[in-house]
Design a protein around this ligand. Sequence first.
Ligand code: PHE
Length: 442
Amino acid sequence: MGFILAAVGSAVGLGNIWRFPFQAGAEGGAAFLFVYLGFIALIGFPAILVEFVIGRRTKRNPVGALKELGGDRWKYVGGIFVVTGFVLLSYYSVVAGWFFQYFITGLFEGYTATTPEELGAAFGAASSGTSALLAHAAFMIAVTGIIVAGIRSGIEIAVKVMVPGILFILLGLAAYGAFAIPEASQAYAYYLQPDFSVIAENWQTLLPAAAGQAFFTLSLGMGVMITYASYLGEDRNLAEDAAVIVSLDTFIAVLVGFVVFPFIFQAGADPTEVGPDAIFVSLAQAFATIPGGRLLGVVFFGMVVIAALSSAISILEMLASYLIDEFKWERPKAAAAAGLAVFVLGIPVTIDLVFLDLFDGLADSVLLVLGALLVVLFVGWVIPEDGLDELTTGVENIGSLGSIWLWAVRIPIAIVLVISLYLGATGYLEFLADDFLGWLNG
Ligand code: PHE
């Protein structure tokens, strides 16, 4: 039970609540949702099992695990995980700081902005400058403190409160949208009715976007699930545990869409133009208009900060355990050094949002997909017998499902990931050449 709670704590976070709605909006709503759900079921689920089998087989951190099973050169894959972790956590913490500020606003002032201009100004104030920097610092201090102290039971309690709490508020807001927002039906049409000709036309952007979002939200591609599964008993059925984690995580993300899109349509905004401000703008508006909104808002934003903490902890734990194992540092020193490095790396994001695109694009479109591809190839081709044996440990009878999983991992999944990585990397290079160079040149 502790394992499921920790894994859910890692998976459920800003990926579901902040990143999913604006990815879905920007990539065409239903077209994205359709490709994303397909990706989660056909690739995300088998891929989480890949990390689980490595972790439980070796009971070690990702670097040690890959080295033990595959020999010395596989430890460099662990090096990729570490780079990904630093980059991802640096902006993750900044965005968590935005939620923290909305929580503070609700606590001391309440939510008053209702027009697009006011909502935009409030987001601008929270997302850059001194307050963004301070909130980023506060978040990293909290994450580092928890890793130094090594508090495990706290996380389990937090997850037990936070997940039902978030679900409850989201369901309430979704119901409010359905009954009280006249534009809701347009919103649902945008979110739920895929146009297959659009999918066929845009698959080259939909596929890498769905891949990146799927790995981000399931905490895959950087060894976090390897680490967590290393604490797992032989009696657990890995596929069952994975199914629980994947369904819960996906349910929460999809539900966020049901909340955010009605508000976006009500405000008359163009859903394809939404960005990282989508959840803030739509929910701040909701909490300003709904009766009892202030209290709901404080509770909701507070719980999202806890959800972000339980995800960030899983990343910093991976980074710290690498420093502990590889350089034989003491735990407090390792955690503090990693936490400080992450904080410094995140500072540019508090100055200009172009750095959010720079870091998120690198981590999400390139590094996570690369990491996931490498572990998929590793289990599929380097240690297939170990992999299959571990998958079936603790299971009474899964018939041919095990070998179907192995063959899916070996060929079709590996191919889709190669294509996703190629498209994601070329898209990122285009961003660098156009947007980022353009920004540098003023
Ligand atoms: N899955 C987390 C979220 O959705 C983020 C995360 C990514 C955590 C990768 C660990 C590793 O917020």
